[in-house]
Design a protein around this ligand. Sequence first.
Ligand code: ADP
Length: 464
Amino acid sequence: MKLSLRSKLSLSYILIIILIVSSASFFTNFLLEKQFREYVIAQQVQENQRIVDLIAQHYQEDGGFRPEVMESIGLDALKQGVIVRVRDSTSLIVWDAMTHDHAACVEVLAHMQQNMNSRYPNFQGAYVENTYPIEQNQQLVGAVDIGYYGPFYFTDSDLKFISTVNITLLAVGACSLVLALILGAEMAKRISNPVSRVILAAQQISRGDFRERITEKSTTSEIIQLTGTVNDLAETLQQQESLRRRLTADVAHELRTPLATLQSHLEAMIDGVWQPDTARLTGCHEEILRLNRLVGDLERLARFEGENLVLDKTSWQLRQLVERITQNFAAEAKQKDIQINLTGADPAVFADQDKISQVVVNLLSNALKYTPAGGMIELALAEADDTVEFSVRDNGDGISPEDLPHIFERFYRADQSRNRLTGGSGIGLAIVKAIAEAHQGTIVARSRQGAGSEFIITLPKHAN
Ligand code: ADP
């Protein structure tokens, strides 16, 4: 059976309250009645003794049993449901309630029986008689027989007391039930409302509306966590979505220019407007090379930015790798008359060698690209307790303060016209950043326009 959280909570409250109230009523009733029964029995014993003492006292004061005094005592006792018979030392009856008013006695006993049966339908009661001796100076002067409906009985006021207690218990139970229902419904509402909000928000999010956020406040820590998590999820999805859109737009934008150039050039040649000479075909070829580079960069970026970027981490010497790559760039550097210097220690790093060589290649090729002829590139290695630092500093064009915060974004190129010449697609630094972060490392850039730039990558030295 499927029940809402609210119904389940409300039902649990009702069940708990019914259990508490009924068990409290049952035990109170049970204990109270038991105590009250014992009290009534003790009272009966006391009352019997009081009557006997009163008769003995009058015997002493009057020097014998005076029937009219006995009658007054006996009639008083009868009102309490007690039937008295007084006998003298020869067992001669001085006064007997039964003889005096048989009908009243029978009526009293019947009334007590009725009281007891109203309370306990199966009560096994019967007439009980106890005999008490009356003594004067250790001499037996008579006896009193006291009879009542036994083993015990409740008078009208006793019954009234018991029913008042029960009614009070019932009223308390009913009041707590109503109160619990109101409070339970309120509590259930407080818990289920935010959960319903979360469900609604999650449904909106699953339909693709990532702007949805839960703003309701709650004082329940689990609900706060739940709403926080759903909001974070929506935030992440929204970011992913905008990233995806931007990437598609950026790729389309990047492809449009070389494709448009190719199209117009080829159309001009087909229409015979242009002769397909070497220079024009070389232009087309360059555009194709640019497209190829872009696709290659995109592939690499997708690989490095992918969540499943698998790193083959080992411990190796960073300097050797940097030296090797520098040699690969030696011809290009010589051609541009740029001097490359490498200084610093030979630290070991715990990283994926392939990926880090990509980082060094990207940083070094950028430095060569953006440093004019006659410039200088300083490569430096340094190590701290847990990290290794590799920096690439050039005295080239530099980056403006407006561009500096964005250079690690995909397709971001600081100077469009300059980049057109250098042929960059704006992906190289995004790849560097993705690799650094995958290694739990960092990359920072410092630059002053016209005074050169410095890129510093920090990598962990040991396995975490
Ligand atoms: P690109 O393929 O265009 O070089 P990158 O992601 O490698 O793309 O670099 C992004 C932008 O950062 C570049 O277009 C360039 O404007 C700037 N940049 C990167 N490295 C340097 C550098 N050493 N000196 C000056 N500008 C740089």
